[in-house]
Design a protein around this ligand. Structure first.
Ligand code: NDP
Length: 287
């Protein structure tokens, strides 16, 4: 019984043994990064610039994008440009992808990372806000994927979707945001199956992130949760590596995400109670 078991373990190990990441994998590649004016997206742009990629960055704030592009060029990007616009505007995803097509005539990696503003408190019943956030955080991801797919098929490229542990396990005070992140998992995990069935060689990497020390995350939740955020620079690099290695999912920080997912499957109510204990409820204001 041990021999077949050992065979199974070894087969699993070799099948899942990680290929090593090498910065050469990205040199000269054409990459779109959304939400690139701040936080993790900005850090991804800097890593990709050091790896000598061609970059097309986007977000709403032109002044910030200009600075990020300048820095990317200093760091060694093969080229860097931006298009500013809001993903609340249903026509913008296609405009952005068209810009890549007109500039490069192709695309190797689509990194979907932006999020619209939401609130951190009890759900206030505002259905309009949920609808708007679904447009920004979810539907624009779908629209960009649809527009970029012909180019990604041609280059056998990659789609990287930045999601959250809040898109795998329910957490209080972020109901609209969590809904958009669960939606990403449902859509892109389904699409991944279809790509495999259809032999479409475009990888989909879903990034499941814990608490990261971006300015906006720290500003909105640090008063209300226990725990230290992980560094955005390392997080950004791990996302890029996972995309380049065509991994199915990234879990970052690995330990925190893995233990949450394990508990979700074997002891969901216990996990829920741990999650609730992680909040400083006295600091959550009702609107
Ligand atoms: P930031 O708030 O720092 O960055 C968000 C980016 O999205 C900015 O570039 C912002 O630029 C852009 N953006 C905001 N609204 C719009 C809009 N309407 N249209 C287009 N772009 C918009 O976020 P983080 O870096 O913290 O998060 C990045 C990703 O990581 C997100 O997908 C998030 O869900 C995920 N994540 C982050 C965690 C964390 O703790 N930080 C935890 C788990 C997941 P501008 O305002 O100029 O438009």
């Amino acid at each position: 019984i041990f021999i077949p078991l050992l065979g199974l373990v070894l087969a699993f190990y070799f099948y899942s043994a990680p290929e090593n990441f090498n910065e050469e994998m990205l040199r000269g590649k054409r990459v779109i990064v959304t939400g690139a004016s701040s936080g993790i997206g900005e850090q991804m742009a800097y890593h990709l610039a050091r790896m000598e990629t061609h970059l097309l960055l986007t977000a709403r704030t032109e002044a910030k994008l200009q600075k990020v592009v300048e820095r990317c060029l200093e760091l060694g990007a093969a080229s860097a440009r931006y298009v500013s616009g809001s993903m609340e505007d249903t026509t913008f995803p296609e405009v952005l992808v068209k810009e890549a097509e007109n500039t490069w005539g192709g695309l190797d990696m689509l990194i979907l990372n932006h999020i619209g503003q939401s609130y951190f408190t009890y759900f206030n019943g505002d259905v309009g806000h949920v609808r708007k956030l679904l447009e920004t955080n979810f539907l624009s991801y779908v629209a960009m994927t649809v527009s970029a797919l012909p180019m990604l098929k041609e280059s056998e490229g990659s789609i990287v979707v930045v999601s959250s542990i809040a898109g795998k396990a329910g957490s209080p005070f972020i109901a609209p945001y969590a809904a958009t992140k669960f939606a990403l998992d449902g859509f892109f995990s389904s699409l991944r199956h279809e790509f495999i069935i259809d032999k479409v060689n475009v990888s989909i990497t879903l990034c499941i992130l814990g608490y990261i020390n971006t300015e906006s995350a720290v500003r909105s939740v640090s008063h209300a949760i226990h725990g230290t955020p992980a560094p955005k620079e390392e997080c950004a690099l791990e996302i890029i590596k996972s995309g380049a290695l065509r991994r199915r999912e990234l879990h970052y920080p690995a330990g925190a995400v893995a233990s949450t997912l394990l508990l979700r499957d074997i002891a969901p109510e216990f996990l829920d109670s741990l999650i609730r204990k992680n909040y400083k409820l006295e600091n959550i204001k009702r609107t």
